[in-house]
Write a protein that binds this ligand. Structure first.
Ligand code: BTN
Length: 319
């Protein structure tokens, strides 16, 4: 795999020799790549290549992009070639030590989880699937605005890495030009009174293959399209996300969402626009007026402002 990631031709014979395996094993390996959606070109007399190459996740390169602030809060990075869900993996592991977070990244998720029970399309080696966890002394009730604050951190990380200016859709979709660039799923466990643990999952489309995108049920975009100039690589983006999110998790208990509210409002994709808020059993139309200091949406309708909490609701532009 790593040998073909450079995008150059490699003969079956040379690959077999380097890897110390048979030509049949090389062929099976290539077939395995195609099974996970990586197009491999075969040219008689030249061998195999992955057109355009692949940037595989690399812990050394991710660590090289981390700043001192994030490194101080990092317990461990775990990389997987394939996993059901990076959030699920962290939830199976023991909690991080107080004041530190673990990071899980995968090349591919077989059961990527989105909000409201949706599937998160997670093709191999093209996007970012990253989860971090943190243990909080406070209770689940204090975490209401956490996913919105993470949205701000993700937007800032994408901009810092050169991925372009992005907007946020309440509660925490990452958008660019009306298409969804990424999403955040925070899963909480623990006591209402505390302590509690947050697993924060970030999915970011980096170079979504067209075939995989057929499984996405909404308008989408990727960093390859939003970047100003050369798109940043996945390792640089992963480092930028960790740099932005771990310090946020460390500061959240003392600062709360209030510290991120103005920055969230500055990225609000639907500020002052007519919207409809839907849940399983209701629909409320109104004008979006930003969020309060706990992260609840302020929805103005019939001359009154209602506060709507995240949970199982979704926001759409009013038809
Ligand atoms: C959304 O529906 O907008 C949230 C999507 C969150 C997807 C990420 S990918 C990494 C982490 N692992 C998961 O299974 N889900 C989150």
């Amino acid at each position: 795999m790593a040998h073909l990631a450079d995008g150059d031709y490699h003969s079956g014979e040379a690959l077999a020799k380097t890897l110390g395996v048979s030509r049949t094993a090389v062929w099976k390996h290539v077939a395995g790549l195609e099974e996970v959606g990586i197009a491999v070109e075969r040219v008689r007399g030249r061998g195999y290549r992955i057109p355009g190459g692949l940037e595989l996740l690399d812990e050394g390169r991710i660590r090289a992009g981390l700043n001192a602030g994030a490194t101080a809060f990092l317990d461990a990075i775990h990389l997987f070639r394939e996993i059901d869900s990076t959030n699920a993996e962290l939830m199976r592991r023991s909690e991080p030590p107080p004041g530190c977070g673990n990071v899980v990244l995968a090349e591919r998720q077989t059961q990527g989880r989105g909000r409201r029970g949706k599937h998160w399309v997670s093709p191999f080696a093209r996007n970012i699937y990253l989860s971090m966890d943190w243990q909080f002394a406070g209770g689940v009730g204090e975490m209401e605005g956490l996913s919105l604050a993470v949205g701000v951190a993700v937007a800032e990380a994408i901009a810092a890495a050169g991925g372009g200016d992005v907007k946020l859709k309440w509660p925490n979709d990452v958008l660019h030009g009306g298409g969804k660039l990424g999403g955040i799923l925070v899963e909480l466990s623990g006591d209402a009174e505390g302590p509690c643990r947050a697993v924060v999952g970030v999915g970011l489309n980096v170079a979504m293959p067209a075939a995989a995108a057929e499984g996405v049920d909404q308008a989408w975009t990727d960093v390859a399209a939003t970047a100003e100039g050369t798109a940043p690589g996945r390792n640089a983006l992963a480092a930028a996300l960790i740099n932005s999110c771990l310090p946020l998790l460390a500061a959240y208990p003392t600062k709360g969402f209030a510290a991120w509210r103005d920055r969230w409002m500055a990225c609000d994709a639907y500020a002052n626009q007519p919207v409809v808020i839907s849940s399983a059993d209701s629909r409320i139309a109104g004008v979006a007026r930003g969020v309060d200091e706990r992260g609840a949406l302020l929805l103005e309708s019939a001359g009154q402002t209602q506060r709507i909490s995240g949970g199982e609701v979704s926001l759409r532009v009013a038809p």
